[in-house]
Design a protein around this ligand. Structure first.
Ligand code: PGA
Length: 285
């Protein structure tokens, strides 16, 4: 029997999601997600769901988080900030409010935090996570981990954070956005990348991109604490979200055969379970 690209893709998606959810994800739900979406690209190690718009990206990503938590109620989630996952968080809040999702045994580790910046600052990722997600759902406070942007000893803070991820058993599902320059977390393009949690400087490209969240560009912190590329690649499954044409160059670099520290996201090609969910603009159409 000859399968169309679309059917092959749907079949691949089922396998992928089954892997993620330890066999507990319902096939009809997976097929329903897949039917809505046009498959254009199917790689062995990176699968892609191409969405028509941002709302579809958000719903699709939330469904995967939901399936993960339903299959493993004490799942360890790696969470991201930025504009891209906001819609996904709204969908997850909705699921929680509908009684369809319980986060009471979930543990979360955020990717990064500006440095120096207090958790009370409205531009901090502590503030973001509380406003966009945590205040509406039931992840226990002691299971929420975000790097301390005011740590007096940032190296000790980073070491303790990496140890806490390991002690929790590692990340089951890592959510990622992607920077216009290909950064993931605050792992910026460079000659070398760091494997472990570390303090890093931000590139001009990232300062410019993030200036929209601050009153002035000068207010954007020039440093951050971030999990490293090794921490990200140790996650069991990675969900990468990209929306809008500004991400097209970074996404394009994911789809060829090259790996370069000048596009940190390209290192995701060595991971065996990455799902990219993007819209047509980010895909470069
Ligand atoms: P954005 O940021 O979602 O605000 O575009 C993504 C990132 O910089 O990782």
């Amino acid at each position: 029997m000859r399968l169309s690209l679309r059917d092959r893709y749907i079949r691949a998606m089922r396998v992928s999601l089954f892997k993620t959810t330890a066999g507990m994800c319902r096939i009809d739900a997976v097929a329903a997600i897949s039917r809505k979406l046009l498959p254009l690209h199917c790689r062995k190690s990176m699968q892609i769901i191409l969405c028509d718009n941002y709302d579809e990206i958000s719903a699709c990503a939330a469904n995967i988080v939901k399936a993960t938590v339903k299959a493993k109620p004490n799942a360890i989630l790696g969470l991201a900030t930025g504009s891209t996952p906001e819609g996904m968080y709204r969908c997850l809040i909705q699921d929680y409010e509908n009684g369809d999702l319980d986060f009471s045994a979930v543990e979360t580790f955020n990717l990064d935090e500006y440095y120096p910046l207090s958790a009370e600052n409205e531009q901090s990722y502590h503030y973001y996570m509380n406003e966009k997600l945590f205040r509406y759902i039931n992840v226990p406070a002691d299971k929420i981990h975000i790097l301390n942007g005011e740590a007096s000893d940032p190296d000790a803070e980073c070491k303790a954070y990496g140890d806490a991820i390991s002690a929790a058993g590692g990340i089951d599902l890592q959510i990622l956005g992607i920077g216009e320059n290909g950064h993931i977390g605050f792992n910026e393009p460079d000659e070398y990348l760091r494997a472990d949690v570390h303090k890093t400087g931000l590139t001009e490209s990232t300062v410019n991109a993030n200036a929209r969240f601050f009153a002035t560009r000068d207010e954007v912190p020039r440093y951050a604490l971030t999990v490293g590329i090794g921490d990200i690649l140790r996650a069991k499954k990675i969900l990468l979200l990209a929306s809008g044409e500004k991400k097209a160059a970074a996404v394009r670099a994911l789809l060829d055969d090259h790996i370069t520290t000048q596009n940190p996201a390209s290192l995701l090609k060595v991971h065996s379970d990455v799902l990219l969910i993007c819209d047509r603009a980010a895909y470069g159409e």
